[in-house]
Design a binder for this molecule. Structure first.
Ligand SMILES: [Zn+2]
Length: 227
């Protein structure tokens, strides 16, 4: 890969408060098709600024951690369960998952497939670790802000189909997006039909983390399938 030019940077103003971030042209443009497109036009003059008025500055800051640092661990849950009280753990676990969902939605909007895939991996990992699946609030966010074919939608459907149980039952079905419930029913029926002759129980005993690494990834000519 070609060397990174650290002398070329520009500013990104995020949110209604226009929080200013400095990003390196080479680093962000190699990953984000959105920034590649935005910086190809009109950018021969002096001051280069891109505005993201509808996004949150904290979310963009976490996206930059992912971009520069490959960091997707957005909370400190190193204290074991029970140390801080269950209620507190619940709150932090849900917040950790929600931060990942926000970061995914932004990375997807910026067309940064590598960050999307890293965040998906972290979501699956954290969900196992924390024994949490995205709650209703996260679900509504996902169904309001991602396109129909989004791999994140596929992932949350898988979470419910394979992993919903009394332990992690964070869904209040009354408030779940209708499209989500329809997809869950469709996927559930598909698995039962396709596996009629197998033992259906075995199919549903799988965890999402066992279903195959690329299941909710996005790959294309410049983003090779994972090993
Ligand atoms: Zn993959």
């Amino acid at each position: 890969m070609a060397d990174i030019d650290f002398t070329r940077a520009f500013r990104v103003l995020v949110g209604p408060e226009k929080q200013a971030f400095t990003v390196h042209h080479d680093i962000i443009n190699r990953r984000s098709a959105f920034f590649r497109a935005a910086s190809s036009e009109r950018w021969t003059s002096v001051e280069k600024v891109i505005e993201l008025p509808d996004d949150k500055s904290q979310v963009f800051a976490r996206y930059l951690q992912c971009l520069y640092n490959n960091k997707t661990w957005f909370d400190d849950l190193s204290q074991p369960r029970g140390m801080t009280g269950e209620g507190d753990f619940d709150l932090r676990a849900n917040r950790t998952i929600l931060r990942l969902v926000h970061a995914y939605i932004l990375a997807d909007k910026l067309q940064d497939l590598k960050s999307c895939n890293l965040i998906i991996d972290r979501l699956i990992h954290d969900s196992d670790e924390l024994q949490r699946i995205p709650n209703n609030y996260a679900l509504n966010l996902i169904y309001n802000q991602t396109p129909k074919a989004s791999p994140l939608r596929k992932l949350v459907v898988d979470f419910l189909v394979y992993e919903a149980n009394a332990e992690n039952d964070s869904y209040n079905m009354e408030d779940a997006p209708i499209e989500f419930l329809q997809e869950v029913i469709r996927e559930d029926a598909r698995l039962k039909n396709e596996n009629a002759r197998e033992r259906v129980e075995d199919v549903f005993a799988q965890k999402v983390s066992e279903l195959g690494k690329c299941r909710a990834h996005q790959h294309d000519a410049s983003h090779a399938v994972c090993e």
